[in-house]
Design a protein around this ligand. Structure first.
Ligand SMILES: C[S@@+](CC[C@H](N)C(=O)[O-])C[C@H]1O[C@@H](n2cnc3c(N)ncnc32)[C@H](O)[C@@H]1O
Length: 302
């Protein structure tokens, strides 16, 4: 078979067909088989994924063919998500180093960052202190620092020292060591005395049952980044209760809960969640002011 394929175009077409035949799951950075094949072929050939038309008909050497086939095999047989094979994921139009120590960035919060949190944050340039809780690769902290909040110091917090190694690598890559600080902490436990204008959080929110039935690709990601108890709200509840102590008087809390949105509304029927709408898709991200979450323990909200 390898002798019947010659060009970049041949390998992309053939790879995409194989991926579809194998019923791979897409959703870790790309949405279809053709895009995945483009990313893997270009990675193997040390080319950017936007291939100029002139290169589609370029032939591969025997060694290059083998490299591409090895990547295709790992993707199909082990169901390893493409960003773990290439070591790179894109978030808010920025590349991030990733490996199996961190969740692959894909939060719809990227769109909010690109829009400088409009209309939710009135003066992004005046934001001074931001917390990215559950930072993983550091993507939310770093993209926020670069795109939305040029004058802010941002704490990038995670309980996993392994994830923080990856976050530090990304912070260094963007030369942000002076403004983005990685901190090892179980949620807020090592943040005493701090106050933030904005807390952004994409915590684990998959309920234990759903996790077992998710496509194989998800099982390559750290369980610590996904699993959140029987109802998916293990962390979100703690965050709602504790966040007011770490927000400034007019501070805001933005949290992604994904498919656990309905559970959350059921459990806190009177909390005035604002559910943010996204043009590129994605859902389950709410915003609350400090004042609104401060009433969490009062019977009128729970
Ligand atoms: C859903 S991932 C989000 C990663 C990243 N913010 C993103 O959007 O791609 C959740 C992260 O929360 C971290 N985590 C899990 N439990 C935690 C805890 N108790 N305190 C702080 N971080 C925690 C995991 O290690 C993981 O990196």
């Amino acid at each position: 078979m390898i002798n019947e394929l010659y060009t970049i175009g041949d390998f992309i077409r053939w790879g995409a067909t194989q991926f579809n035949q194998a019923n791979l799951f897409f959703g870790h950075g790309t949405e279809n088989a053709i895009d995945e094949a483009v990313v893997l072929v270009c990675h193997a050939l040390h080319l950017p994924p936007e291939i100029p038309d002139i290169l589609w008909h370029s032939k591969l050497t025997t060694i290059e063919k083998q490299t591409v086939l090895d990547l295709f095999n790992q993707r199909i047989e082990q169901r390893i998500p493409t960003p773990y094979l290439t070591g790179e994921a894109w978030f808010a139009h920025l590349p991030f180093f990733v490996d199996k120590r961190v969740l692959i960035p894909r939060s719809p919060i990227a769109e909010l960052i690109e829009q400088k949190f409009q209309p939710w944050v009135e003066e992004p340039n005046e934001i001074k202190h931001v917390l990215d809780l559950c930072t993983g690769s550091g993507c939310i902290a770093i993209a926020s620092a670069l795109i939305a909040f040029p004058n802010a110091e941002i704490d990038a917090v995670d309980i996993s020292p392994q994830a923080l190694e990856v976050a530090k690598k990304n912070i260094k890559r963007y030369d942000l060591e002076q403004r983005v600080h990685s901190i090892c902490s179980d949620l807020f436990s090592n943040l005493s005395g701090k106050r933030y204008d904005l807390i952004i959080c994409n915590p684990p929110y998959v309920d234990s049952h759903a996790l077992e039935t998710m496509p194989n690709e998800y099982h390559h990601e750290p369980r610590l980044g996904l699993e959140a108890g029987d109802d998916g709200l293990l962390f979100v509840k703690q965050i709602l209760e504790t966040a007011p102590d770490y927000l400034t008087a007019d501070g805001k809390l933005i949290v992604e809960v994904g498919a656990s949105q309905s559970q959350l509304i059921e459990q806190y029927p009177n909390l005035p969640f604002r559910w943010i709408e996204f043009q590129r898709g994605g859902f389950g991200v709410f915003l609350l002011t400090r004042e609104e979450c401060s009433f969490i323990s009062s019977s009128s909200y729970v």
